[in-house]
Design a protein around this ligand. Structure first.
Ligand code: ADP
Ligand code: ADP
Length: 237
């Protein structure tokens, strides 16, 4: 479903944040991306939805090279890609359900739902997404009232409400304690198992990656150091 070919990314036109990466991900895979700070994990994920534009190379999603698309075509592709950030990226003053609806309706929805302009189908989708992450009871609370772990669950529900094919998560548990991190990883695992959504997740903690992911991509200086099953991973990675 995702194929990355000769991908090279540079922010300054000189140093390479991603240095000629090739890989292929199948629908339903749960891939952990590991590597020290600055190794290119975040840049790799951001180049998959073109938040960062590559210097060269191709990114295919279902056989379409998305580096060739215009802005409106790209917007359609991005609807199929959920993105979860380390800092949750919620509108703190808005309710949980409004934040979740943004995944489905775009940012204009905050205004729409303020006037009650979402329909039954939207509501159904948002409340199912919240049920999936165990937050049905918090639907009408404001995001700012939630704990970090709960906020990240809202962010996950927001991507689910988008009905994505793939979820990209950029260090989603790095701000959370270990118990909360594991509970967030459990939600990702259930979503991956039940919905067959492809998940690519950047993790600082190699042990979490080994515990939850089927496949590991290890980066160093923008290059792939390892790409394969967890079982074959050497201890030093
Ligand atoms: P990681 O997610 O593994 O910490 P990043 O993808 O954030 O790595 O960074 C890869 C390289 O790109 C690093 O050398 C980093 O300094 C550089 N970099 C990342 N984001 C930017 C940016 N917005 N502008 C300039 N350089 C950046
Ligand atoms: P529109 O304005 O057309 O309603 P949005 O701008 O809200 O659409 O978002 C379109 C898609 O782009 C969303 O589905 C979302 O996945 C993605 N997107 C928007 N903003 C970001 C962002 N800051 N980071 C990552 N993805 C984003």
């Amino acid at each position: 479903m995702l194929k990355i070919e000769d991908l090279t990314v540079s922010y300054d036109g000189k140093t390479l944040a991603i240095d000629n990466i090739n890989t292929e991900i199948k629908q339903g895979e749960f891939v952990g991306i590991i590597g020290s700070s600055g190794s290119g994990k975040s840049t790799l994920l951001k180049s998959i939805n073109l938040l960062v534009k590559p210097l060269s190379g191709k990114v295919y999603i279902d056989d379409v090279d998305i580096t060739k698309l215009n802005n409106s075509q790209l917007r359609n592709i991005r609807r199929q890609i959920g993105f979860v950030f380390q800092d949750y990226n919620l509108i703190e003053k808005s309710t949980v359900i409004d934040n979740v609806l943004i995944g489905r309706l775009g940012y204009k929805s905050s205004l729409k739902s303020f006037f009650g302009l979402f329909n039954d189908e939207d509501y159904e989708s948002a409340s199912n997404a919240l049920k999936q992450v165990g937050l049905s009871k918090k639907m009408f609370e404001r995001a700012e009232e939630l704990s970090g772990g709960q906020k990240q669950r809202v962010a996950i529900a927001k991507t689910l409400c988008q009905e994505p094919k793939i979820i990209l998560a950029d260090e989603p548990v790095s701000s959370l304690d270990i118990a909360t991190s594991q509970s967030i990883m459990d939600y990702f695992k259930v979503i991956n198992d039940e919905k067959n959504i492809t998940i690519m997740i950047n993790l600082h903690d190699v042990n979490l990656a080994k515990k939850y992911c089927h496949r590991i991509i290890a980066l160093k200086n923008g290059k792939i150091l390892y790409d394969g099953e967890v079982g074959d991973l050497r201890d030093e990675l």
